[in-house]
Ligand binder design. Sequence first.
Ligand code: ADE
Length: 246
Amino acid sequence: MRMDIITIFPEYFAPLDVSLIGKARAKGLLDIRVHQLRDWTHDVHRTVDDTPYGGGPGMVMKPEPWGEALDAVIGDAATPPRLVVPTPSGRPFTQETALAYAKEPWLLFAPARYEGIDARVMAEYGDRLRVDEVGIGDYVLAGGEAAVLVMVEAVGRLLPGVLGNVHSAADDSFAPGAMSGLLEGPVYTKPPVWRGHEVPPVLLSGNHGAIARWRRDEALRRTVANRPELAARLDPDVLDKRDHEV
Ligand code: ADE
């Protein structure tokens, strides 16, 4: 999969050389190209922002550098990329979004600084390609770069061959499947007793049925405690009589 990122802070993306995503790049599973937006400015100050029409605080990113940068990166590709513009006022980025993006051959991220990008840029490219304005949560970051890092990691780990264990992504919180709608429960490893805390004995029992039941109970307990709004939306068919005792 190819991902392009156009930014005024290319150095922000150094972490993409590390760990899982770094290995996926080294293996050729993920082709990430980071571009400096200022390379498409033409004044000595390499200006990318200006004051907002209509007044108000902050600065707005100018359309011309974005237009030139996007044209250069997209080129005359027969299958253009999906353009992803992070903004707190976008549609929520969820595991479902990550799964949909993981099926795309090419994503182009356009993270903004300041108050955002002149809206005509999204209108212009919306006629030619799919443009998604997406938010990663109900809080405001200083810019879209951190949101892009989050999305690249969430999407990259879903690509075939990226996770060591092929089953790991299937058990994720929010993943579709047997535990659908439930958060993942607690996990344990050796030693069996640490500072007086014991691993729940059922996990050492070798009884796979009992272990599966316990994991489901814990997942449900955690979902009710941490995300009551998710618990309220659980499909009644995934619950059974015993769940009312949990
Ligand atoms: N830019 C600033 N805040 C953001 C958020 N919550 N999600 C995506 N992009 C952002």
